[in-house]
Write a protein that binds this ligand. Structure first.
Ligand SMILES: Cc1cc2nc3c(=O)[nH]c(=O)nc-3n(C[C@H](O)[C@H](O)[C@H](O)COP(=O)(O)OP(=O)(O)OC[C@H]3O[C@@H](n4cnc5c(N)ncnc54)[C@H](O)[C@@H]3O)c2cc1C
Length: 178
């Protein structure tokens, strides 16, 4: 198996055709990661939520990390990792354009508001259904691709194994005749 780096362009293409990723934020030394749906455009990742732990944490510390991938098998996959900054898109006149852009991108998917906007009953209570639109500015993006192509080392050891097998076969033939 061979793991290679993806170009920035391939990373962005993968990100833009993927919908599901993992969003990590942190409070002090404690990381927190959640699955989330997103849309991406123009160096930004757009998503939508209701108020809760990740929004509170990202409001306090805007530095986040996003991971997304396409996995066919353990030997055939691509993944990207983004380091970025959380920006909330409040429902105010100054943010109208950005909020409309987020809405336009997200609503391309049917039922785009689920599961972000869903009644959630936890800790013996129902959480607030205040919608929060946000985007993540992509500061850095890297990507890896794994393919089945064998590495030179593996090719060498396969040849070595074959040689050993042929030698063992010859020995077995000699021993059989003796
Ligand atoms: C496939 C998928 C796609 C999703 N897409 C979105 C999306 O686009 N937008 C969105 O807002 N949410 C999405 N969710 C739900 C999301 O993962 C969070 O559960 C949700 O956003 C609540 O996060 P919070 O930090 O506000 O949780 P809070 O309700 O504040 O969390 C309270 C506690 O619950 C626990 N918790 C929270 N979420 C989860 C979880 N998913 N699994 C296990 N424990 C959890 C944590 O330990 C946390 O401390 C998606 C979930 C899945 C599985």
């Amino acid at each position: 198996m061979l793991i290679e780096e993806l170009s920035k362009q391939s990373c962005l293409e993968l990100l833009c055709r993927t919908r599901l990723g993992r969003l990590a934020c942190a409070q002090g030394t404690q990381p927190y990661v959640v699955p989330f749906y997103f849309a991406c455009d123009n160096n930004y990742i757009y998503s939508f939520s209701t108020l809760g732990k990740k929004i509170e944490w990202m409001r306090a510390n805007s530095l986040v990390c996003v991971e997304a991938d396409e996995v066919v098998s353990p030997q055939n996959w691509m993944s990207v990792i983004v380091l970025g900054r959380y920006e909330e898109l409040p429902d105010t006149p100054e943010w109208l354009t950005e909020r409309a852009a987020a809405f336009r991108l997200l609503r391309r998917e049917a039922m785009w508001w689920e599961p972000a906007y869903a009644k959630t009953a936890i800790h013996d209570g129902v959480r607030s259904l205040e919608p929060v639109f946000y985007r993540i500015h992509i500061d850095e993006i890297t990507g890896h691709r794994a393919t089945r192509e064998p590495t030179p080392d593996i090719r060498l050891s396969t040849i070595q194994l074959l040689r050993r097998w042929l030698v063992a076969k010859d020995f077995a033939a000699i021993a059989w005749r003796a």
